[in-house]
Design a protein around this ligand. Structure first.
Ligand SMILES: CC(C)(COP(=O)(O)OP(=O)(O)OC[C@H]1O[C@@H](n2cnc3c(N)ncnc32)[C@H](O)[C@@H]1OP(=O)(O)O)[C@@H](O)C(=O)NCCC(=O)NCCS
Length: 172
């Protein structure tokens, strides 16, 4: 199947101070999330989505942060001692009739730290973990209209896969 055409998304004109600091100092590191990181993770998510979801993040941390040292992954990127991004995913076995593969559920970078390679570092780190877990396929789902995340994933080499999403309205 030919690749889907992607409408270019607006790129910021200049690098922000935080972005420059993250990139130029070469100090970005990626590691498993710790409880003390959670406030900064919530702050990034709130800035990106406009909705603060504390109960949701507590639950994500319980499932992927504390228990998640094996097939569940919740990683953060740090620059200058600050959390500047996170990625969450999991190895899922035989769901949707698919052999085991690594799913990325969420990836987000602080808007002030973007276009410095941090998203790429996060995806590389979770992908390395999936490889160590023995899987050879990476999958994700995204909203069709989210051109930014689509541009990012396409730049990482992800292509349209064989699964399709279906849904129906349950409110009526
Ligand atoms: C997508 C996202 C994670 C990328 O993070 P990032 O640190 O800026 O990404 P990188 O700097 O590693 O960019 C890697 C490549 O992605 C593509 N890309 C990233 N941002 C882009 C933009 N604004 N426009 C076009 N392409 C872009 C580029 O090809 C880029 O490589 P290049 O800079 O060499 O051209 C970040 O923009 C983000 O958090 N977006 C919102 C997240 C979101 O919507 N999440 C919902 C689903 S979980």
């Amino acid at each position: 199947m030919p690749p889907t055409a992607v409408t270019p998304v607006q790129r910021p004109a200049r690098r922000s101070p935080r972005r420059a600091e993250a990139a130029d100092a070469g100090t970005v590191s990626v590691r498993a999330v710790r409880r003390a990181d959670l406030e900064q993770v919530i702050a990034i998510d709130t800035a990106v989505t406009g909705i603060e979801k504390r109960a949701y993040w507590a639950s994500v941390y319980r499932r992927y942060g504390t228990a998640g040292r094996g097939e569940q992954k919740f990683l953060v990127a740090l620059a200058g001692g600050q959390v500047v991004g996170y990625v969450i995913g999991e190895v899922r076995d035989w769901e949707f009739g698919s052999p085991p593969c690594g799913w990325v559920f969420a990836i987000s970078v602080d808007p002030q730290a973007r276009l410095a390679g941090i998203g790429t570092r996060l995806l590389e780190a979770i992908t390395a973990g999936f490889r160590r877990a023995g899987v050879t396929k990476l999958r994700t789902l995204l909203a069709r209209e989210n051109r930014l995340i689509l541009s990012f994933f396409r730049a990482q080499g992800l292509m349209a896969g064989p699964l399709m999403s279906l849904e129906m309205d349950l409110s009526t």
